[in-house]
Design a protein around this ligand. Sequence first.
Ligand SMILES: Cc1cc2nc3c(=O)[nH]c(=O)nc-3n(C[C@H](O)[C@H](O)[C@H](O)COP(=O)(O)OP(=O)(O)OC[C@H]3O[C@@H](n4cnc5c(N)ncnc54)[C@H](O)[C@@H]3O)c2cc1C
Length: 447
Amino acid sequence: MSRTLTEPARELPVIAQPDVLVVGGGPAGVAAACAAARAGARTLLIESHGCLGGTLTIVTLGGLCGIYAVIDDERLGRVIGGLCLELEDRLAAVDAIAPPRRHGKIVGVPYDSVRLKGVLDEMVRAHGVEVMLHTSAAAVQTDGRRVTAVITESKAGRAAIVPRVVIDCSGDGDVAARAGAGFALGDGHETQYGSTMFRLGGVDTARAGELSRPEIRECLERAVADGYPLPRTATGVHVNPIEGVVHLNVTKLGRADGSPFNLTDPGDLTEAEQVGREQVRMYETVFRQYVPGFARARVIDIGARVGVRETRLIRGEQTLSQAQVRACEKPADRIACSSWPLENHGRGRGTVWEFLPDGQWYGIPWGCLVVEGFDNLLVAGRNLSAEHAAQASVRVAGPCLAMGEAAGIGAVASLALEGGTRAVDVDALQANLQREGAILAPAWAEA
Ligand SMILES: Cc1cc2nc3c(=O)[nH]c(=O)nc-3n(C[C@H](O)[C@H](O)[C@H](O)COP(=O)(O)OP(=O)(O)OC[C@H]3O[C@@H](n4cnc5c(N)ncnc54)[C@H](O)[C@@H]3O)c2cc1C
């Protein structure tokens, strides 16, 4: 057994006693906190980093995905409403969002990840959410089926928060795992690979923006044939709202033996960060040399941390299965919809896309947010209860915002119920969501 030591017991200050504590300020956490505060709960949102937005701001994305479905060759249909609409309006007010951009059968909404930081500060303030940045959930105390305290770690040391209900939006299920909830790490430790995201400036975006994914792949495969050890050649060019700037999601972070890192392990995280930056340097060289429009390109930004697609999938009262996603099931107890394909960043240089039929979508049941074995603990976002292949579809920004909004409303409803989160009346939750503009049956599907 490796060496251990015992941490002495100590008194901790109780720094907050909110009705709802949201851990993690990514899209799911921001939406959860805004929804809970809007419903009248005293809501505290804690976030490890110095800004909100999670992957959207800290890692940076090509676009907000999963908001629109492709109905046919010409038409797109909205799948996500509610607080996502408010976020888009707020981004538009500061010229930080562009119209939806279609790449074959997927649609992304380009946004400015820098301006998004300020937009999210304003959004949580407007809803009355209390926010503590640079504060991490480090430990959890439980009493039977209840989380009684979340212990935080910050520059001020350790402290306790005593909430009535907790929503774990940490992406990695940190709170739920520390509370003792069950979880899977991908598919038998085979998680989706992470990526370091980066932006290139000095790009002829008119030219680069016209390139199809197969055309880019052909250029990158030529580089591989010439001896560049690119781990991935399947990608698209995401033209940014900022002139001459494109966003690239093309790196693939694996161990030397080709297996994916465990991105909850600090040793693996460290190596992944370093490998990611090496890959960015190589892709800059390759894009300049092989891809039209990039001759004068230069890296202008690298995500502040490695992008993590998948770690712990927390076990809920229900688990979204790959069969449900593929069959486009629309369970009566759904609290959000998704039409995003199963986008699997697995082994090899490609990405495997499994598209739903045009205009099709599936529902995410409430039970996927209710942590099994607990009465006051919910999850939302990429750490929901889902099978590995189902999470590969449901994890994008749009559905994460929608899940967060549902979790926030559900958490507040649970406060008055003896059975807590398990006893939430899903009909009432759905009515509440729809009053707030959330979509539970996309308009073209109703027609
Ligand atoms: C490389 C990559 C590319 C992607 N590309 C796209 C794309 O183009 N479009 C798209 O829509 N989606 C994309 N996604 C998916 C999407 O961005 C994420 O799945 C989504 O952001 C998940 O949202 P979330 O709120 O669940 O978690 P996250 O965005 O991961 O946010 C979790 C937050 O919790 C905080 N946190 C973690 N642990 C703690 C703790 N213990 N205490 C306090 N705070 C904590 C983190 O700092 C973070 O801010 C991509 C993902 C990756 C990794």
